[in-house]
Write a protein that binds this ligand. Structure first.
Ligand code: C2E
Ligand code: CA
Ligand code: CA
Length: 838
């Protein structure tokens, strides 16, 4: 603060003094110079006045000698004798040469100019015209009686130039020989014109520079003198100005010095101010930190009383000496009850006693806090985080804080549970499963054998799709409950995907035990599940892999169980399979087949066979179904059951299906009779938005009449996306073709679809046809389907007709059309001519 005061008050004072001195010096200098110039002006004025005076005196003196001379009175007044005057050199050239007055005139008593000389030459001049100004006044004064012996002078003008005109009445003077005649006198005039030349001469004589006449007083630094009080004529000259010259030469240096003074002052001032500011900031900082300290102390007091933490202090024997006010609020117990008691009584830890931990704090000050437990007044266990610091290296005890973290611990446990469990079923999830497997599966010989059961629900997706996700969730929760009931305490059941569950059986004794568990699970899953008004039937397939016999790696165990699961599904579901090495080979060969299938189209290995269909009413050929064949380079001719599922899994069915559609249409267009052509459509094709375009394209390219094309669709199409399917089916119908529902009777709820979707016909699945002769139920189902289909105005086709007996039964039940080995298997295109009857 002091330094700022200095800078703000003293420094400006010093600077002001400096500037004052500088200004004074300047002022003094200017003043001196000015007075010097003034003195010079006064001096020259005096000289000028003197010059004029001398001039006046000399002209008066000269004229007086002539005007008061008896001889002149006689020759120029009493009579006019020019010869006497000029030729006799009495009043002629010599006067000009002697005095330099330019004009000499004699005026008679009537003021007529009777004799005149200009610059010594006889020149006729008329005084009244030649001389301007009050000449008359001068003449009158000159003739006045009191001026008998005197001469007068006055400043008048000649041709606009000021001139001193001296006048003297012509009298005999002191000459006693001449008798004076009464009456007005003649007058003699001497005229001294102040021409520039004359003035220059005069200036040189009197030290007056640039002496000249002007019409007005000069204001540009020149000096002036009025020539006569009543005339506008002035004498002007330039007085010497040494002071100004001095200033002119010296002032620039003073200016520079002044600027330098200002600059240096500014610099010094700036530096001083910056320093002062710095000091001020420093001072302020000091004040602030003092304030901060006060605030921090206050804050500490507030925190001690307001925070969820409470403070404690123990003496060197670990007995409590202080507990902050917050202790009672948090624990519900008065601090007094605890003062004097050991800290160990209040707080317990998971490991060693708290006092042992405290004793280590002497060496390692500020180590991480310790989690402790205590009981509140209700006897509920709570958790807190304790931190401690030694007082005087622990010789006087310790002090520290305890933060209650009971809620935090609870939340953490909850988060941990969530991260390890499936939120829908509350079963362990994949994370927990991995933890569990890592604990029980490994190369260590100490580990007991483990069986991993991979469980996949059958028919769960249709339930989920048909009844909604809420129902699906209820099913999954029920499954979870049942699975949990099947296992022992030491085992684990986890949900790792939509309808995928894993059971890990520990301490396995043998295969029988695993089979028993698997059987129990399958049985449980097979039990009907009631969801509100509905009863749902699902099932499950299980794949089993063993550790360490199959693998001792947790991840591998999951993979192997999946392979076994795949096999159990292929084996007809609702069963279980143990993993074997051959299964793995199967998987490998499937992969190889997949890569072969990718190239099948390009290599032209696919072809179509055609199976005829007949009308029972007229015993005539109504059409063919196109069935796909693959001529594999190694395996020979492959039937669709070997590769259609694979093509669907990999999406290859889309390009393959488009190829089938185009080839079938082209071949059918070349047939001799306009019979129908049925093409099977995969659900995967159905879900694609460009299906309509593809069908339209095949029809246009092949030139096939759209009424001859039939598309066979299974109800799986409707299950995937019922609304979208309806739209697509309507669009297809709009193209003019026909739609048949394939494999009727095997699906989930065919009836509903049949009513609301635009099908032209249905194909009874060959599994029912096969049972016609043997199984009364199958016969009943077939009859019901025929009746239903016909009641809806649809063509009913029975496929898989192998025997004459089956045919007769179907005929009896009034089935519309038949197809099967009894008539013909599917044949290549070039073998169809027989069937056309050609
Ligand atoms: P599907 O549509 O039910 O075709 C009829 C299947 O039954 C054909 O088997 C046919 O050869 C066989 N079959 C016909 N008559 C009899 C009989 O009297 N007894 C027995 N046991 N079977 C008979 P295929 O050709 O092996 O086709 C199997 C399945 O592959 C077809 O079943 C169809 O779902 C699918 N499929 C065939 N070609 C294509 C195709 O181009 N695209 C699509 N997406 N699927 C196709
Ligand atoms: Ca079919
Ligand atoms: Ca079929």
């Amino acid at each position: 603060m002091l330094s700022t005061a200095f800078t703000r008050r003293v420094f400006p004072l010093v600077t002001a003094l400096l500037f004052l001195m500088f200004t004074l010096t300047c002022g003094l200098l200017i003043h001196n110079a000015r007075s010097q110039d003034k003195q010079a002006q006064a001096d020259t004025l005096y000289a000028a006045q003197k010059a004029l005076e001398d001039l006046d005196t000399s002209i008066k003196k000269a004229i007086s000698d002539y005007a008061k001379w008896g001889e002149l009175y006689r020759n120029m007044h009493l009579k006019l004798n020019v010869n006497w005057a000029y030729d006799g050199e009495n009043l002629g050239e010599s006067i000009y040469e002697l005095y330099g007055f330019q004009g000499l005139l004699v005026l008679n008593p009537q003021d007529e100019t009777v004799y005149s000389l200009f610059e010594g030459e006889q020149t006729p001049l008329d005084a009244k015209q030649w001389i301007q100004g009050d000449l008359e006044g001068l003449l009158n004064k000159a003739r006045a009686s009191e001026n008998k012996d005197e001469v007068l002078s006055q400043l008048l003008k000649v041709d606009g130039i000021p001139a001193i005109v001296a006048a003297g009445s012509i009298t005999p003077g002191k000459d006693p020989t001449v008798k004076e005649r009464p009456g007005p006198q003649s007058v003699l005039l001497f005229v001294h014109i102040l021409t520039p030349d004359k003035l220059k001469e005069l200036g040189t004589q009197y030290g007056l520079i640039n002496l000249r006449t002007t019409l007005a007083p000069q204001i540009d630094g020149s000096s002036t003198l009025q020539l006569s009080p009543d005339a506008d004529s002035y004498l002007a000259w330039d007085p010497p100005r040494h002071g100004k010259a001095l200033l002119d030469s010296i002032l620039p240096f003073f200016g520079i010095a002044g600027l330098m003074l200002i600059a240096s002052t500014w610099l010094v001032l700036r530096n001083a101010l910056a320093t002062a500011k710095l000091m001020e900031a420093h001072y302020r900082e000091l004040t602030r930190s003092k304030e901060a300290l006060a605030i921090s102390e206050e804050r500490f007091r507030d925190v001690a009383e307001a925070a969820s933490d409470w403070l404690w202090e123990v003496d060197a024997k670990y007995c409590l000496t202080y507990l902050s006010g917050r202790f009672e609020e948090v624990t519900g117990t008065a601090p007094d009850l605890w003062i004097g008691k050991s800290l160990d009584e209040l707080l317990s830890t998971n490991n060693e006693p708290l006092t042992i931990w405290l004793s280590h704090q002497k060496e390692t000050s500020g180590s991480s806090p310790l989690v402790c437990h205590y009981h509140d007044r209700q006897g509920k266990e709570r958790t807190c985080r304790v931190s401690a610091r030694p007082i005087k290296d622990g010789t006087q005890g310790f002090r520290g804080t305890a933060s209650d973290i009971t809620d935090e611990v609870k939340a953490l446990a909850q988060i941990k549970h969530l991260s390890l469990h499936d939120s829908l079923t509350d079963l362990p999830n994949r994370n927990r499963l991995n933890d569990f497997l890592n604990k029980h599966v490994g190369s260590s010989t100490r580990l007991a054998p483990v069986a991993l059961l991979s469980i996949d629900l059958d028919r769960f997706k249709p339930v989920n799709d048909a009844l909604g996700h809420a129902a699906g969730d209820r099913v999954l929760r029920e499954v979870a409950k049942r699975l949990r009931n099947c296992i022992r305490e030491a085992d684990l059941v986890a949900r790792i995907g939509g309808d995928e569950f894993i059971v890990v059986m520990t301490r396995v004794q043998g295969h029988e035990e695993i089979s028993a568990l698997s059987s129990r699970i399958i049985d449980q899953l097979h039990q009907p599940i009631r969801i509100e008004e509905q009863t749902v039937f699902i099932g499950g397939s299980i794949g089993v892999a063993l550790a360490p016999s199959d693998t001792d790696k947790a991840e591998e165990l999951l993979r192997l169980a999946d392979i076994a699961l795949y096999q159990s599904k292929a084996a007809g579901r609702n069963t279980w399979r143990f993993y074997s090495h051959e299964m793995n080979e199967l998987i490998i060969s499937r992969r190889r087949l997949e890569s072969d299938l990718r190239q099948a189209l390009e290599r032209d290995e696919l072809s179509l066979h055609f199976q005829p269909r007949y009308s029972l009413t007229g015993d005539r050929l109504t059409g063919f179904e196109a069935l796909l064949r693959w001529h594999h380079p190694e395996h020979g001719l492959l039937m669709p059951d070997r590769f259609i599922a694979l093509a669907e899994d990999t999406g290859l069915i889309v390009p393959i299906g488009n190829w089938v559609l185009m080839s079938a249409c082209k071949i059918a267009a070349s047939w001799p009779q306009p019979v129908g052509i049925s093409v099977n459509l995969s659900p995967r094709q159905f879900g694609r938005h460009d299906l309509i375009n593809q069908v339209q394209h095949a029809l246009t390219e092949s030139g096939l009449d759209s009424s001859r094309l039939e598309l066979e669709i299974t109800e799986r199409v409707m299950l995937d996306d019922a609304d979208g399917a309806l739209e697509t089916l309507n669009s297809l119908k709009a193209l003019g073709l026909r739609l048949h529902m394939d494999d009727f009777g095997t699906g989930f709820s065919s009836l509903g679809y049949l009513r609301s979707y635009p099908f032209d016909g249905i194909k009874i699945d060959r599994s029912f046809v096969a049972g016609i002769g043997k199984n009364p139920d199958d016969r009943a189902i077939v009859q019901a389907i025929i009746t239903l289909g016909q009641s809806l105005g649809m063509i009913v086709t029975a496929e898989g007709v192998e025997t004459a007996e089956q045919l007769e039964r179907l005929r009896g039940d009034a089935c519309d059309e038949v197809q099967g080995f009894h008539f013909s298997k599917a044949l290549p295109a070039h073998e169809l001519s027989l069937l056309f009857g050609q």
